[in-house]
Design a protein around this ligand. Structure first.
Ligand SMILES: C[S@@+](CC[C@H](N)C(=O)[O-])C[C@H]1O[C@@H](n2cnc3c(N)ncnc32)[C@H](O)[C@@H]1O
Length: 423
């Protein structure tokens, strides 16, 4: 019963995302449906939706081989994708998956759908091995990325493109950052072990869980002892090199992951800016939970005249909006929502923000430029162009471990860091 409903719900979610909507927001809105799905149904729906979008090109290629003409009915197509994902990657029995899909099709009041769904899924089970061999020759199906994305990585990473594509399809780990104002990472590690969780220390404040758990299950989470943050994202606050008393701007702060980390490291006067008020509210909640404070400002980082009081900042964190190509294992919808032309638009926006923020930096001050992208247009090319035209800028320690391009791997997502100083 649970499987039946979650399969249908996932088909709905997948249809929305392929139509251009954000996956996390679409899943969040499931809670407002009537009747409300149970927590188990929501978890199963999330699992199927993430799975289908992680392997969408692969499942779509299989489906196209099972149907002679492309299926025009998007609702039935998404139901088939959900069922194919479950058959190929799920734990439920093939009988239950097919049975539930057929019942879901029958409830759609499309007389042809029930027979088609039944035939396609049974055909898949019969021909599975042959079909899987056939699609191995199709790179889009094999790696499950859009063609332009595969081509870009081949061109920009001739050696690593394949491992980068594969890293983006892995299930992401849950990594924590211990709030050192509350307790040491060693002490928190013991707490996790006492709670029976299998954990591994990654860095100064970072601990990775072998199996993700809901945050409510983390000891001391509500009390602000710990935050969820990828290990690669935890490099930012350390690189920024903050000290007590500094004036710091976090220019694209929401939801405040890095803002909190900086404030855990030093007593600074923090201005936390973001252009989206709703996202800024999440920064407020996060800082409150951690027992930290900042001046929260809604505004455009590219237009300092609207929010800056003219006092230069000693440190600026510019975690600019980007393609998010380095964090696809967490945001599987990005592969299908982004278009190739978006990359140039992001680069233009990043360039505008970087140049505007530079004017608000004190002489001798440092600005950390950050993206969660692996595309060079947003990273190395952006910084090279900036340094060419900005005579008062130099890049610090460009070759030190932890700066430059951090490629996604088992321990962390993909990030780019460039530390710039005003001279
Ligand atoms: C990569 S996210 C920041 C993540 C955040 N630093 C953290 O660690 O939790 C980028 C943020 O930039 C914000 N943003 C986009 N355009 C902006 C602009 N022109 N000015 C300020 N913020 C902007 C978005 O709303 C988004 O919250």
């Amino acid at each position: 019963m649970i499987l039946d409903k979650s399969q249908q719900l996932a088909a709905h979610v997948i249809g929305q995302v392929l139509g251009g909507r954000n996956l996390a927001q679409t899943l969040e809105q499931l809670g407002r449906q009537h009747p409300q799905p149970t927590p188990q149904q929501r978890a199963a729906t999330q699992d199927i939706s993430y799975g289908v979008l992680r392997y969408y090109a692969r499942l779509d290629a299989l489906l196209n081989r099972l149907i002679s003409n492309r299926l025009d009915d998007e609702a039935v197509r998404c139901l088939l994708l959900a069922a194919l994902y479950q058959l190929e990657y799920g734990k439920a029995s093939a009988y239950a998956v097919v049975d539930h899909a057929v019942k879901a099709a029958a409830s759609m009041k499309k007389p042809w759908a029930k027979g088609l769904v039944n035939a396609v899924l049974r055909n898949f089970l019969r021909r599975r091995a042959t079909l899987l061999t056939e699609i191995e020759h199709d790179e889009q199906a094999r790696y499950s990325y859009p063609r332009w994305w595969i081509n870009k990585l081949k061109q920009q990473y001739p050696q690593q493109w394949e491992s980068l594509l594969q890293a983006g399809n892995a299930r992401p780990p849950l990594t924590l950052r211990v709030n050192r104002r509350r307790m040491s990472a060693d002490d928190y590690l013991l707490k996790l072990e006492h709670a029976g969780l299998d954990v591994r220390r990654l860095g100064q404040d970072a601990i990775m869980l072998a199996q993700p758990v809901p945050v409510e299950k983390l000891p001391g989470f509500a009390a602000g002892e710990v935050s969820v943050q990828d290990f690669g994202a935890q490099f930012a606050a350390h690189l920024l090199d903050v000290r007590d008393g500094m004036r710091v701007l976090d220019a694209c702060c929401a939801p405040g992951g890095k803002t909190g980390h900086v404030l855990e490291l030093a007593d600074v006067a923090m201005t936390a800016l973001d252009s989206e008020e709703a996202r800024l509210a999440r920064t407020r909640d996060n800082l409150q939970r951690l027992g930290l404070s900042a001046q929260l400002v809604t505004g455009d980082a590219g237009d300092p005249a609207a929010w800056w009081d003219g006092q230069p900042f000693d440190r600026i964190l510019a975690d600019v909006p980007c393609s998010a190509s380095g964090i696809v294992r967490r945001h599987v919808d990005i592969k299908w929502l982004r278009r190739e032309a978006d990359i140039a638009n992001f680069a233009a926006q990043q360039s505008r923000i970087l140049r505007s923020l530079w004017r608000t930096l004190a002489n001798g001050g440092k600005l950390l430029y950050v993206t969660c992208s692996i595309f060079i247009e947003e990273n190395q090319q952006q910084i090279a162009a900036f340094l060419t035209e900005q005579a008062d800028a130099r890049q610090l320690a460009p070759n030190e471990p932890g700066t430059g391009q951090l490629l996604p791997c088992a321990d962390h997502d993909g990030f780019f860091y460039a530390l710039l100083q005003k001279i």
